[in-house]
Design a protein around this ligand. Sequence first.
Ligand code: GLN
Length: 260
Amino acid sequence: MGDSISIVTVYPDLLGTYGDGGNAKVLAARLKLRGIAVTSLEVRSSDPLPAGADIYLVGGGEDSPQVEASKILSRTRVLHRAVENGSYVLAVCAGLQIFGEYFVDSEGNDVPGLAILDCRSSKMPGARAVGELLVKTEIDGKEELIVGYENHGSSTQLGPDAKPFSRVVVGVGNSRTAKTDGIRYKNVIATYMHGPVLARNAELADSILRGVFGELPAIADRSLSNLARQLHRERVAAALKSRKAKSVGRATVGLPGRER
Ligand code: GLN
């Protein structure tokens, strides 16, 4: 798509809850800091989705807009071709579910997804998963702790050969039993992590950029991402401690004021 690195935020009018639009801003800012040219487009669902972008970002969404987005994306097949041709994709929550074979609408009916990823999502037994999500995953050969936030009513089952994105340390992720979050396939990372996840985890942002650009010039990390992560860990540790003290057994860490 030209000389600069192209980033496309897919249908922010339908998908983009909990600040997921921030992921594009983080990628663009980290390229600019290094003097690398970037074109970042937000493409609404009424407009054609450009083919052949380097990076596509697909955010979370409420049940009905998610169905609408899946219908349009199934018809155009731009993302199917992009994934096969090696574009990078970060798909968050509803984005993850849309990339699977099917997910459920607000009435509990199965809705076909793009079937790019070997997973399927269905109504999660028990309470909605709302709260902090901490996972461990390998990034460029190193195990990293990634921190984020989850809010979803469905759980996701992976096929036997599918590769999860990460192992859950705190939170729910794909399901209360699997203890994994998300899925990786080719250059697609799909996860339940909002945050926006790339603002909270600069190494994940840089690993996507490295995949597209190659070795990146070093930058002093002036983004507040390390501080944000440290605060996040402290909050979760404090919540876990008080949970232990009260002996309240819950899968998702309860932080004050987290119920919505
Ligand atoms: N509607 C989906 C669910 O509740 C996705 C929610 C989201 O993207 N945060 O499971």
